[in-house]
Write a protein that binds this ligand. Structure first.
Ligand code: NAD
Ligand code: ZN
Length: 380
């Protein structure tokens, strides 16, 4: 049966800017756009991405009132019949119930195989709308339109989608490469400063593992608010790093593990202090400094790296020691160690740790858990 919502492919009225990076997916390339004003081109990108004319934009209750109208206007101007579904803001929305509500919304909007889902928001709408798109009719196209710094540099890129379960985060999901990532750094004007700082932790992570030049740029700029031009440059650099790592290792067999720099300790800290009690970026900031100190102790990381990194993170308003976090001072090394062993990144009887070999260079080292346990008090 012919698809009622299918139209002839439409050329965009104006040429699109060159993508900053491209992720090669099994079902086609995913161009990543990072340009100030890009949200107004969402419809043009969508028109290139799918043949259908229907789109469901999924956003959250904070982002919706701020940025949904221009997204819908752009889609409609490009000929889409665009509907919107708003989920409550926050991690608590990454549930099966939300997923079911999105399937319902997709049904009501009449979204067919050739139509489109747009995830407009931070990592929460990105993950849950991405998973809804991955599963609706066994997979429809999704465009990620990130609005948090974390989503720009991390969650919108790479195709991982997930929901949480009562017994753990991100346990159910799918790999579903977006058809495009439409990043407009101007939306960051409305992002609360603390959320911005969370994203900067991932920015620093990207620079540490892969881009010495970006690390230098961040050092030169830290301490004052980033200009919009600089924010665009930093985001584009981070998007290119993540895209490059994903292209070399789409399903997380090896290289993609370096994206976990700071996360082995970071996840353990989140688990111990309670998800939500400590924001992810703050836990990762503490975890990155700990990993740098561990690397120095093992002779894998140049001396002074950890102090340098701590200085940079502190100037970005991020914590650098466990004791800087609420409840951190009372957190016992043994408890953290157990949390670390429970993490899914542990392979066999070794803990795989991402260590820095130098600015912009990371390696994955399988470490003896006993050595990690012994070092914990000194590195935290
Ligand atoms: N799929 C992946 O590869 C991947 C990678 C990293 C993280 N994640 C997931 O991402 C989530 C965290 O992402 P997040 O920090 O973006 O969370 P989030 O989506 O909850 O956004 C954080 C807060 O900022 C608000 N917000 C977002 N953009 C805004 C804007 N422009 N103006 C005003 N407010 C805005 C949101 O409403 C929310 O309150 C977690 O669930 C995590 O598991 C996924
Ligand atoms: Zn992270």
């Amino acid at each position: 049966m012919p698809n009622a919502s299918e139209g002839a492919p439409r050329a965009p009225a104006r040429e699109l800017p060159a993508p900053r990076a491209v992720v090669a997916g099994a079902r086609g390339d995913c161009p990543i756009y990072v340009e100030r004003g890009m949200l107004a081109r969402l419809g043009d990108v969508a028109a290139q991405a799918v043949r259908g004319r229907r789109a469901l934009v999924v956003t959250d209750s904070r982002v919706g009132p701020l940025h949904l109208a221009p997204a819908l206007a752009s889609l409609r101007a490009a000929g889409f019949e665009a509907a919107a579904e708003t989920i409550p803001a926050g991690e608590a929305s990454k549930t099966l119930a939300t997923l079911a509500s999105l399937w319902d919304a997709l049904h009501r909007a009449g979204v067919t195989r050739s139509d489109l889902v747009v995830a407009l928001g931070g990592g929460v709408p990105g993950d849950v709308a991405g998973f809804a798109a991955a599963t609706w009719l066994r997979g429809v196209a999704v465009i990620q339109a990130p609005t948090s710094l974390l989503a720009f540099v991390d969650s919108s890129i790479g195709g991982k989608t997930a929901i949480d379960m009562p017994f753990g985060k991100n346990l159910v999901g799918a790999f579903h490469q977006p058809a495009a990532v439409v990043g407009d750094p101007l939306v960051l004007r409305t992002l609360p400063p603390r959320e911005f700082a969370q994203g900067m932790a991932e920015v620093v992570k990207s620079a540490c593992i892969r881009d010495a030049e970006l690390l230098g740029f961040l050092r030169a700029k830290a301490g004052a608010p980033l200009s919009e031009e600089d924010a665009e440059r930093v985001i584009a650099a981070c998007a290119a790093i993540k895209a490059d790592v994903v292209n070399r290792d789409e399903r997380e067999g090896g290289l993609r593990m370096i994206l976990n720099f700071g996360h082995t300790v970071g996840h353990a800290v989140e688990r111990e202090l309670g998800y939500g009690a400590v924001p992810h970026g703050e836990a990762v900031a503490v975890g990155m400094v700990a990993a740098a100190r561990l690397g120095e102790r093992l002779g894998a990381t140049p001396a002074g790296t950890a102090d340098d990194l701590a200085g940079l993170l502190a100037r970005l308003s991020l914590p650098v020691r466990l004791a800087d976090l609420p409840g951190g001072a009372a957190c016992a090394p043994d408890a953290l160690f157990s949390a670390m062993l429970a993490d899914k990144k542990k392979l066999g009887d070794r803990i795989h740790f991402v260590l820095l070999e130098g600015p912009g260079r990371a390696i994955v080292r399988p470490l003896d858990p006993a050595d990690v346990r012994a070092a914990l008090p000194a590195i935290l």
